[in-house]
Design a protein around this ligand. Structure first.
Ligand SMILES: NC(=O)C1=CN([C@@H]2O[C@H](COP(=O)(O)OP(=O)(O)OC[C@H]3O[C@@H](n4cnc5c(N)ncnc54)[C@H](O)[C@@H]3O)[C@@H](O)[C@H]2O)C=CC1
Ligand SMILES: O=C(CO)COP(=O)(O)O
Length: 398
């Protein structure tokens, strides 16, 4: 589909910017200009990581302010053939394990050496399953350029003694660099074949850097809207994975579309409420961007979290998520189950469990404390959805 509005400069819901897609290179040449060009490294090469590298690489070929080459750090593994994944990517220009059948672009270079992959880059794109991010950042301390800027495409968070720590904060704090985020209704396999999608770019304050990131990602089939709300955008991307698990349970129990729509609505409501309780700066308008309502919808319809949770419920919770993930995703990783646990820790530490019955119930089902059917059961012993209406109204609704 070729969207009619691809050339327009659109305001985001909060008045932020949307870059037009790239229009080609300008006349820049010479060694000095080469030194000034931005160099991009993608840290991660899973399903979305590979698609992100492809998107970016198509743009660095066209934009004179970027080096053409895009380096992609590969967590090295040996394929059943005995070959190394990074060698195969460089030979075939395909990530045969995580994105088979899609050419990444000849200017994508797979690099299994993390330090080598990042050392020259001033634009670092982080896109690995969230559970690996702390270890990766620790390995990168002192190894990156001082003028580097980062963006996180990672949907997830860490929980520390002090409370939740978003992945963008983890990157900023451990590496001492600014970090923006890009989230949205972005099922990677659909973007890989260039079906139209939107995405939301969340940034703190530097508009010039924001525009550069938006330019790097925007294509006619990938329309990026920028909003000045890093926490809101990142919490949307993170929390929707818990809602997707709930939607999968509903599908596994064959409860139908109305129930699933109810789960999405309640889930979105809990997402907004928790985000605003954690960060008072979070904007309501963010939940109407791609990262909010649109990502809830796409993930609850077609995501991996939904799919594996459906199988979990179909099996009556008798096969573990770890087992189903390994069997069904073949190396790709779920984020929703661990995020449900992390959210539960935050809620329980703050005494908010009863305010968030959907989030709480998802974790209790994942850990087999409750059966999958509890996702819509009401009882006096358990928190129920009606609590949400009263309690949260008082806390965050105007
Ligand atoms: N796949 C999708 O459709 C989308 C994914 N995301 C988010 O992007 C992030 C990354 O997801 P994907 O790229 O899909 O990854 P994936 O789910 O395909 O994960 C597998 C990746 O993890 C790597 N890995 C395995 N063990 C590792 C270790 N010990 N240390 C470091 N890396 C290791 C694998 O080599 C592989 O690159 C996640 O937070 C996900 O929620 C966001 C939008 C869409
Ligand atoms: O985040 C996603 C789509 O926006 C992908 O979700 P899953 O990880 O559930 O596939």
């Amino acid at each position: 589909m070729a969207p009619a509005f691809e050339h327009r400069l659109l305001p985001g819901a909060d008045g932020g910017v949307v870059a037009p897609h790239n229009t080609g290179s300008t006349n820049v040449s010479g060694d000095d200009q080469l030194l000034l060009k931005s160099k991009v490294t993608v840290v991660g090469s899973g399903n979305w990581g590979s698609v992100a590298a492809k998107l970016i690489a198509s743009n660095t070929l066209k934009l004179s302010s970027f080096h053409e080459e895009v380096r992609m750090w590969v967590f090295e593994e040996t394929l059943p053939s005995g070959a190394k994944l990074s060698d195969v990517i460089n030979r075939t220009n395909e990530n045969v394990k995580y994105l088979p059948g899609i050419k990444l672009g000849k200017n994508v270079v797979a690099d299994p050496d993390l330090e080598n992959a990042v050392k020259d880059a001033n634009m670092l794109v982080f896109v690995t399953p969230h559970q690996f991010m702390e270890g990766i950042c620790k390995r990168l301390v002192g190894k990156i350029r001082r003028d580097a800027e980062a963006i996180s495409l990672v949907k997830g968070m860490e929980v520390k003694m002090e409370g939740p720590c978003m992945i963008s904060s983890l990157i900023s704090e451990l590496l001492g660099i600014n970090c923006s985020v890009l989230m949205g209704a972005n099922i990677a396999n659909e973007i890989a074949v260039e079906k139209f999608s939107e995405a939301t770019f969340g940034y703190k304050e530097n508009r010039e850097i924001a525009e550069k990131w938006v330019q790097l990602f925007s294509t006619p089939y990938f329309m990026v809207t920028a909003v000045q709300d890093v926490e809101g955008v990142e919490l949307c991307g993170t929390l929707k994975n818990v809602v997707a698990i709930a939607a999968g349970f509903v599908d596994g129990l064959e409860m139908g579309n109305n129930t699933k729509a109810a789960i999405m609505r309640i889930g979105l409501r809990e997402m907004r409420a928790l985000s605003k309780l954690l960060f008072s700066s979070v904007k309501d308008s963010t939940f109407f961007e791609s990262c909010g309502v649109a990502d809830v919808i796409t993930t609850c319809l077609g995501g991996r979290n939904r799919k594996v949770a459906e199988a979990f419920a179909k099996n009556g919770g008798k096969r573990s998520f770890d087992e189903l993930e390994a069997e069904m995703l073949q190396g790709q990783k779920l984020q929703g189950v661990s995020t449900a646990r992390e959210v539960y820790e935050v809620l329980s530490h703050r005494g908010w469990l009863e305010l968030f019955p959907l989030f709480t119930t998802v974790h209790e089902i994942c850990t087999s404390r409750l059966p999958p059917s509890a996702i819509v059961e009401y009882s006096e012993q358990k928190p129920n959805f009606s609590l949400l209406q009263g309690s949260i109204n008082g806390v965050v609704d105007e």
